[in-house]
Design a protein around this ligand. Structure first.
Ligand SMILES: NC(=O)c1ccc[n+]([C@@H]2O[C@H](COP(=O)([O-])OP(=O)(O)OC[C@H]3O[C@@H](n4cnc5c(N)ncnc54)[C@H](OP(=O)(O)O)[C@@H]3O)[C@@H](O)[C@H]2O)c1
Length: 335
């Protein structure tokens, strides 16, 4: 290994606009000690919503006082190992999910935080941790069953396209919302039963006309009016999982005045449940193994958005692209 320095993206100040909050810095590569690995990151997953909220200082469980490192999931290869490392070798392909470990060319990390994979490909970033979130949200929070109607919003996105397939694999009728024909095409290929392009069809009208008994389980990523519509169309004993509210991330949270939500839930014994992956850590290992198995046995397809984002400098563009709603599948950057 000839390189002595590397670059990473840090938040230098809090700012609602991600690109004004961040800067690229160059620092020396440190060598791994003891049980550590030095990993050269090849690809990182972009979580534009989380990144933006972090840089606004709006993630309550994170102490985001700048400067701090950014990015979470990365796949790469081991380039050096500490003297106590037994289970990894140089050139092993690995995936890591440490907060601050994603948007950088190299990282030193404890070996027990890295997971060995067959090859360092970007597809894996749709699985770990994105698909894990989808699976745990559906099963543990949404109490997913079979033969129910499941609605996934932002269904062609990184998280959504996995949720669609997991709900299908569990034997449900799946509705997916999206905003373009290219996304609808992906959803058709994934077996989505009813695709609603909300730019050409009215979500509320379709749900009322075609699903008069309501929706049993909603995997809700968008927020605002989409959330309201989903709550309104819940079935008796329906469950809505708040996976995110991406339509609000780039703006100040909308203040609304309307009847309290129990008016909508009580008469249907319906529920709205929040989901945040860090609160469900104990489910990660089993979910990860199951998802990798589904992927390697061709039961789960993964979509990586085809737009190229090369290098650290491209990360603000990748975040902006994701928040503009154009992406089809997971957005990744390549180092
Ligand atoms: N709770 C957790 O632990 C957890 C973990 C991972 C992700 N998430 C959440 O899952 C959601 C999806 O995240 P992701 O990283 O996989 O992103 P993504 O779905 O790949 O991309 C975002 C998608 O959101 C849709 N969208 C709808 N309305 C939007 C609006 N007003 N502005 C921007 N986008 C809009 C767009 O697709 P369409 O226009 O086609 O709908 C866009 O492509 C986010 O809410 C994220 O916070 C939560």
């Amino acid at each position: 290994m000839n390189a002595t320095t590397y670059r990473k993206l840090i938040a230098k100040q809090l700012n609602p606009d991600f690109k004004f909050a961040v800067e690229v810095v160059e620092i020396p590569i440190s060598q791994p000690a003891g049980s550590q690995l030095l990993i050269q990151n090849k690809f990182a997953g972009v979580n534009g919503g989380f990144d933006t909220l972090l840089c606004r200082g709006d993630v309550p469980y994170v102490n985001s006082i700048p400067p701090f490192d950014l990015g979470v999931e990365a796949v790469g290869k081991v380039v050096a190992i500490g003297e106590n490392v037994k289970d990894f070798q140089i050139d092993d392909a690995v995936i890591t999910t440490l907060r601050g470990g994603g948007y950088r060319e190299y990282q030193v990390i404890d070996a027990n935080l890295a997971v060995k994979v067959q090859e360092a490909t970007p597809e894996l970033l749709t699985l770990i941790p994105t698909a894990i979130s989808a699976l745990v949200a559906l099963e543990q929070v949404g109490q997913m069953q079979s033969n129910e109607v499941v609605l996934v919003t932002a269904a062609a996105g990184g998280t959504g396209h996995i949720a669609v397939q997991l709900a299908k694999l569990a034997g449900n009728h799946v509705i997916g919302t999206c905003s373009s024909e290219a996304k609808a095409k992906l959803l058709r290929e994934l077996g989505c039963d009813r695709i609603i392009n909300y730019r050409t069809e009215n979500l509320n009208q379709i749900l009322k006309q075609e699903y008069p008994n309501g929706i049993n389980l909603v995997f809700e990523c968008v927020g605002k009016a989409v959330f309201d519509t989903c709550v309104e169309n819940l079935a008796v004993r329906g469950r809505l999982v708040v996976v995110g509210f991406i339509s609000e991330y780039a703006n100040n949270v909308e203040q609304i005045t309307q009847p309290r939500i129990y008016q909508q839930l009580f008469w249907k014994s319906a529920s709205v449940r929040g989901f945040l992956m860090p609160n469900y850590k104990e489910y990660i290992p089993e979910a990860r193994d199951r998802l990798l198995n589904l992927f390697y046995t061709d039961k789960l397809k993964v979509a990586v958005d085809s737009t190229q984002f090369p290098g650290i400098e491209s990360i603000p563009d990748a975040v902006e692209y994701l928040l503009s709603g154009q992406n089809c599948g997971k957005v990744v950057v390549r180092f």
